[in-house]
Design a protein around this ligand. Sequence first.
Ligand SMILES: CC(C)(COP(=O)(O)OP(=O)(O)OC[C@H]1O[C@@H](n2cnc3c(N)ncnc32)[C@H](O)[C@@H]1OP(=O)(O)O)[C@@H](O)C(=O)NCCC(=O)NCCS
Length: 336
Amino acid sequence: MTARTLFSAGITGTGMSFPEKVVTNHDLEAIVETNDEWIIERTGIKERRLCEPGVPASVHGILAARQAMAMAGAAPEEIGLIVVPTVTPDMMFPSTCCIIQDALGCKNAWGYDLVAACSGFIFALQTARAQVETGAVRKALVIGTEVMSTIMDMQDRNTCVLFGDGAGAVVVERMPTGQEGIIDHVHYIDGDGARFLYMPAGGSLHPASAETVAKRMHYIHQEGREVFKYAVKGMAGATRAVLERHGLTGDQVKLFVAHQANLRIIEAVQKRVGLSDAQVAVTIDRYGNTTSATIPSALHIYQEQGVLQPGDLVVLSAFGAGFTWGATLLRWTVGA
Ligand SMILES: CC(C)(COP(=O)(O)OP(=O)(O)OC[C@H]1O[C@@H](n2cnc3c(N)ncnc32)[C@H](O)[C@@H]1OP(=O)(O)O)[C@@H](O)C(=O)NCCC(=O)NCCS
């Protein structure tokens, strides 16, 4: 804790929500020139969930948040802050946060959307943590929710096989005196990486027009090989940095939850940090890359499986468009 921190903040509830529709690699074979073996070998993805057309990001965000609040025993009026990391908001404005706040009945909350792409959840978690640590709010919601299918180019095999839709949420709240929760973070951005992963149109640079649509500029554009290299280096470096700052080594970590973009990226980071398979969360095989939802939904899955126990040391790490990346060190406090 820093000198100005009055309280400790910890995660007390998790939730997730995914669409029912399962899209397998074989299903994608009918749409683009690809095959199940290539996708599994190069990414680790076997299937993903995709929303039906017309389902916006708020829908699964609301469901995930309700689960997290139920686990935390948090009533809607107790929530003081809602942060929604997303790159697929319902609309440019109002924020998806406002739409979710209204649906949940969190009348005493303020909040906002946050754009940090695949690092969105860990960045948003820190902003919630800071509000709780200063005493400004007691309980906060962080909700990563995405409908990546709305920005996936189904004619581009380089990207359309990678992503999925869904949401994950956590409740962050003030811990009893003396109890450790979220301990530390290291975050970085480097705008020089913007050219490797971006969605060109829809903002003020290229507002929507017949031309932007015709040129397929409202979809994800990515140079995968470049992103891969930076992602491994970035997540391994940030994870080691946050551990070293606290005199910790990999073997003391119960669970390492990396952003799920590619199984080969996760395995390369695992090797560099020196972690065993049992310490590493993997959900990409079932859900693909759901951007800001990968880490909170993985936390929910490992909580429900009984893998995470109060007091466990957990490290989160993410890398995304921007570039943005970082790592978070925390004690598991659900049920503590
Ligand atoms: C995208 C990614 C899976 C591609 O894997 P890769 O091993 O780097 O593959 P390459 O880009 O080198 O492509 C190898 C070949 O496979 C082909 N290929 C690409 N997508 C394919 C697909 N879905 N099915 C079959 N072949 C495909 C390429 O066209 C290329 O063919 P070529 O050599 O004839 O040009 C990988 O680079 C990656 O995961 N990058 C990071 C993505 C990421 O994390 N993004 C989210 C932000 S964190």
